[in-house]
Design a protein around this ligand. Structure first.
Ligand code: MBD
Ligand code: FE
Length: 276
């Protein structure tokens, strides 16, 4: 296999974001001014309070340049900032908890029906997992035709379309709930994810003496007509990093309770959507 590098997956994530999400600025100047002054003020306070030296200032400058060169702005922001944006955005929702999207979502994954098998390689490694559930409204009524998009890492912690040598839609799919809002997805359990150690984010982590791990997780977007789409992740009990995710994106409601069955594991998890 071609080796995964921070710069290659960073370039893919940067390209993806630029294509899908970078929008023309519509933020009013008063708002831009307020937020920019606040952020810069926090930086200025840090410099004064901790008497940041020129040596440290230049190290920061070099590191910020490297974040861009390695294409790691999506990774950096989604790991260390997005969780607070998600917290604020979801404050007023009553349905299922969500969490951060992260840098590796790709829209328009193949449609697989309501009883789905995610695309895998012939020799896909890992524990077979059946993930099933029902999508309802906050009032408990089933939502037929709800759309469940799922994407996750392989047993080496790599994502298709971001790491090299993996088929385009591997471990990604779009699942449509049946007439009772139910769905079933066959896949292979993902491995924990390690922030690339050879890029700027990895350098920050090692310079600070932090660890680079996210617990194993499934990513999902769940939506239905007339309802708010949620973006979420689901985790596995007992993972060493459920309590210290580098991206701070684990919530107790998002930890699954899988059962051992013949040939793998099976788990049921239901989604509740707020009205739009
Ligand atoms: C991931 O797989 C992820 O989900 C997040 C949030 C950040 C980096 C890698
Ligand atoms: Fe992820």
């Amino acid at each position: 296999m071609t080796t995964a590098t921070a710069a290659a997956s960073g370039a893919n994530a940067t390209q993806r974001f630029t294509t899908d999400k970078a929008m023309a600025a519509s933020t009013p100047p008063e708002r831009v001014s307020l937020l920019a002054r606040e952020v810069l003020g926090a930086v200025h306070r840090t410099v004064r309070e901790h008497k940041v030296t020129y040596e440290e200032y230049n190290a920061l400058k070099a590191w910020l340049i490297a974040v861009g060169q390695d294409g790691e702005w999506p990774l950096f922001l989604d790991v260390w900032v997005e969780h607070v944006v998600e917290e604020v955005a979801s404050e007023t929702r009553d349905g299922s908890k969500g969490t951060i999207e992260g840098p590796y979502y790709v829209p328009n994954a193949p449609e697989l029906g309501s009883d789905a098998t995610l695309p895998t390689r012939e020799n896909e490694q890992g524990t077979p997992l059946v993930f099933q559930g029902q999508v309802t409204g906050v009032d408990g009524s089933p939502l037929p035709g709800a759309v469940v998009e799922i994407w996750h890492a392989d047993a080496d912690g790599f994502y298709s379309q971001f790491a090299p040598g993996i088929p385009e839609w591997n471990l990604r799919g779009t699942v449509t709930a049946d007439d009772s809002g139910r769905f079933r997805i066959r896949t292979m359990k993902p491995a924990p994810y390690q922030i690339p150690t050879d890029g700027a984010c990895g350098k920050l982590i090692s310079a600070a003496g932090w660890h680079p791990w996210r617990p194993a997780h499934l990513h999902l977007k769940v939506g239905a007509a007339g309802h708010q789409q949620i973006t979420t992740q689901l985790y596995f009990p007992g993972d060493a990093h459920n309590d210290d995710d580098v991206a701070s994106a684990v919530k107790p409601e998002l930890v699954l309770d899988p059962q051992d069955v013949d040939g793998g594991q099976e788990v049921t998890y239901d989604f509740v959507l707020d009205r739009a």
